[in-house]
Design a protein around this ligand. Sequence first.
Ligand code: ZN
Length: 170
Amino acid sequence: MSEMSPQIDELVGHNRDFADAFDDADLQVEPTRRMAVVTCMDSRIDVFAVLGLQNGEAHTIRNAGGVITDDVIRSLCLSQRFLGTREIVLVHHTDCGLQKVDEPEFRRELAAELGIKPWWSLETFDDPYEDVRQSIRRLSMTPFIPHQDRISGFVYDVTDGRLHDVDPER
Ligand code: ZN
Protein backbone atom coordinates (compact mmCIF):
# COMPACT_ATOMS: atom_id res chain seq x y z
CA MET A 1 0.00 0.00 0.00
CA SER A 2 1.31 3.46 -0.77
CA GLU A 3 1.93 5.82 2.09
CA MET A 4 -1.12 7.62 3.40
CA SER A 5 -1.23 11.38 3.01
CA PRO A 6 -1.29 13.49 6.20
CA GLN A 7 -4.91 14.29 5.34
CA ILE A 8 -5.85 10.64 5.39
CA ASP A 9 -4.15 10.17 8.76
CA GLU A 10 -6.28 13.05 9.99
CA LEU A 11 -9.48 11.51 8.63
CA VAL A 12 -8.69 8.14 10.16
CA GLY A 13 -8.23 9.94 13.48
CA HIS A 14 -11.66 11.55 13.01
CA ASN A 15 -13.10 8.12 12.37
CA ARG A 16 -11.81 6.82 15.70
CA ASP A 17 -13.68 9.60 17.47
CA PHE A 18 -16.75 8.96 15.32
CA ALA A 19 -16.73 5.24 16.09
CA ASP A 20 -16.30 5.93 19.81
CA ALA A 21 -19.58 7.87 19.75
CA PHE A 22 -21.34 5.60 17.23
CA ASP A 23 -25.01 5.04 17.97
CA ASP A 24 -26.51 3.98 14.60
CA ALA A 25 -26.11 0.21 14.90
CA ASP A 26 -29.88 -0.34 14.96
CA LEU A 27 -30.63 1.42 11.67
CA GLN A 28 -32.21 -0.67 8.93
CA VAL A 29 -31.18 -0.69 5.27
CA GLU A 30 -34.63 0.51 4.14
CA PRO A 31 -34.83 4.32 4.52
CA THR A 32 -37.53 5.18 7.05
CA ARG A 33 -38.82 8.20 5.12
CA ARG A 34 -39.01 6.02 2.02
CA MET A 35 -37.23 8.76 0.15
CA ALA A 36 -34.28 9.10 -2.24
CA VAL A 37 -32.46 12.40 -2.74
CA VAL A 38 -30.47 13.01 -5.94
CA THR A 39 -28.01 15.86 -5.73
CA CYS A 40 -24.68 17.25 -6.94
CA MET A 41 -21.29 16.20 -5.59
CA ASP A 42 -20.63 19.86 -4.69
CA SER A 43 -18.57 20.03 -1.50
CA ARG A 44 -20.63 22.90 -0.10
CA ILE A 45 -23.85 20.90 0.12
CA ASP A 46 -24.38 18.79 3.23
CA VAL A 47 -27.65 17.47 1.90
CA PHE A 48 -28.74 15.82 5.16
CA ALA A 49 -28.17 19.09 7.02
CA VAL A 50 -29.91 21.12 4.28
CA LEU A 51 -33.03 18.97 4.57
CA GLY A 52 -32.80 18.15 8.28
CA LEU A 53 -32.50 14.44 7.57
CA GLN A 54 -31.01 11.85 9.91
CA ASN A 55 -29.05 8.71 9.07
CA GLY A 56 -31.36 5.89 8.06
CA GLU A 57 -34.06 8.19 6.68
CA ALA A 58 -33.23 8.63 2.98
CA HIS A 59 -30.94 7.46 0.20
CA THR A 60 -28.61 10.03 -1.27
CA ILE A 61 -27.35 9.62 -4.82
CA ARG A 62 -24.73 12.10 -5.93
CA ASN A 63 -22.77 12.90 -9.06
CA ALA A 64 -21.55 16.01 -10.86
CA GLY A 65 -24.70 18.09 -11.25
CA GLY A 66 -27.14 15.61 -9.73
CA VAL A 67 -27.83 14.53 -13.29
CA ILE A 68 -30.20 11.64 -14.06
CA THR A 69 -27.68 9.33 -15.70
CA ASP A 70 -28.02 5.60 -16.28
CA ASP A 71 -26.19 4.99 -13.05
CA VAL A 72 -28.59 7.20 -11.10
CA ILE A 73 -31.46 5.24 -12.66
CA ARG A 74 -29.72 2.05 -11.54
CA SER A 75 -29.55 3.35 -7.97
CA LEU A 76 -33.14 4.62 -7.96
CA CYS A 77 -34.35 1.33 -9.39
CA LEU A 78 -32.73 -0.54 -6.49
CA SER A 79 -33.97 2.10 -4.05
CA GLN A 80 -37.60 1.72 -5.12
CA ARG A 81 -37.83 -1.95 -6.07
CA PHE A 82 -35.78 -3.49 -3.26
CA LEU A 83 -35.48 -0.93 -0.51
CA GLY A 84 -38.98 0.51 -0.42
CA THR A 85 -38.56 4.17 -1.33
CA ARG A 86 -41.54 5.92 -2.91
CA GLU A 87 -40.50 9.55 -3.19
CA ILE A 88 -37.70 11.32 -5.09
CA VAL A 89 -36.22 14.72 -4.22
CA LEU A 90 -33.92 16.44 -6.71
CA VAL A 91 -31.59 19.13 -5.38
CA HIS A 92 -29.57 21.09 -7.92
CA HIS A 93 -27.80 24.30 -6.98
CA THR A 94 -26.46 27.69 -7.97
CA ASP A 95 -22.80 28.18 -8.98
CA CYS A 96 -22.43 24.56 -10.11
CA GLY A 97 -19.09 23.51 -11.59
CA LEU A 98 -21.00 22.22 -14.62
CA GLN A 99 -22.09 25.78 -15.45
CA LYS A 100 -18.45 26.76 -15.88
CA VAL A 101 -17.46 24.27 -18.60
CA ASP A 102 -17.88 24.60 -22.36
CA GLU A 103 -18.80 21.02 -23.21
CA PRO A 104 -17.87 20.95 -26.94
CA GLU A 105 -14.53 22.55 -26.09
CA PHE A 106 -13.97 20.09 -23.23
CA ARG A 107 -14.69 17.16 -25.54
CA ARG A 108 -12.31 18.50 -28.19
CA GLU A 109 -9.57 18.93 -25.58
CA LEU A 110 -9.98 15.38 -24.30
CA ALA A 111 -10.02 13.92 -27.81
CA ALA A 112 -6.91 15.87 -28.81
CA GLU A 113 -4.98 15.05 -25.66
CA LEU A 114 -6.03 11.45 -25.10
CA GLY A 115 -6.92 10.27 -28.58
CA ILE A 116 -10.29 9.10 -27.33
CA LYS A 117 -13.59 10.95 -27.14
CA PRO A 118 -15.53 10.51 -23.91
CA TRP A 119 -18.45 8.13 -24.47
CA TRP A 120 -20.41 9.97 -21.81
CA SER A 121 -21.90 13.40 -21.77
CA LEU A 122 -20.59 15.90 -19.25
CA GLU A 123 -24.16 17.27 -18.97
CA THR A 124 -23.25 20.93 -18.63
CA PHE A 125 -26.10 23.41 -18.21
CA ASP A 126 -26.78 27.12 -17.86
CA ASP A 127 -29.94 27.33 -15.78
CA PRO A 128 -30.22 25.08 -12.71
CA TYR A 129 -34.01 25.42 -12.69
CA GLU A 130 -34.26 24.18 -16.26
CA ASP A 131 -31.81 21.42 -15.40
CA VAL A 132 -34.12 20.19 -12.62
CA ARG A 133 -37.01 20.14 -15.12
CA GLN A 134 -34.83 18.18 -17.52
CA SER A 135 -34.11 15.66 -14.74
CA ILE A 136 -37.82 15.26 -13.96
CA ARG A 137 -38.54 14.66 -17.66
CA ARG A 138 -35.83 12.02 -17.83
CA LEU A 139 -37.22 10.22 -14.80
CA SER A 140 -40.65 10.19 -16.42
CA MET A 141 -39.21 8.43 -19.46
CA THR A 142 -37.65 5.45 -17.73
CA PRO A 143 -39.60 2.25 -17.08
CA PHE A 144 -37.19 1.26 -14.31
CA ILE A 145 -38.53 3.67 -11.72
CA PRO A 146 -42.08 2.59 -10.95
CA HIS A 147 -43.08 5.26 -8.40
CA GLN A 148 -43.18 8.65 -10.07
CA ASP A 149 -46.12 10.40 -8.43
CA ARG A 150 -43.98 12.06 -5.74
CA ILE A 151 -41.02 13.81 -7.37
CA SER A 152 -39.97 17.24 -6.10
CA GLY A 153 -37.28 19.50 -7.48
CA PHE A 154 -35.32 22.28 -5.80
CA VAL A 155 -32.45 24.63 -6.47
CA TYR A 156 -30.19 25.21 -3.46
CA ASP A 157 -28.65 28.66 -3.24
CA VAL A 158 -25.03 28.20 -2.12
CA THR A 159 -24.89 31.84 -0.98
CA ASP A 160 -27.65 31.68 1.63
CA GLY A 161 -28.50 28.02 2.21
CA ARG A 162 -32.08 28.32 0.96
CA LEU A 163 -33.94 25.88 -1.23
CA HIS A 164 -36.07 27.21 -4.07
CA ASP A 165 -38.95 25.19 -5.37
CA VAL A 166 -38.90 24.23 -9.07
CA ASP A 167 -42.21 24.15 -10.91
CA PRO A 168 -41.87 21.13 -13.23
CA GLU A 169 -44.42 22.52 -15.70
CA ARG A 170 -42.65 25.71 -16.71
ZN1 ZN B 1 -22.87 21.16 -8.76
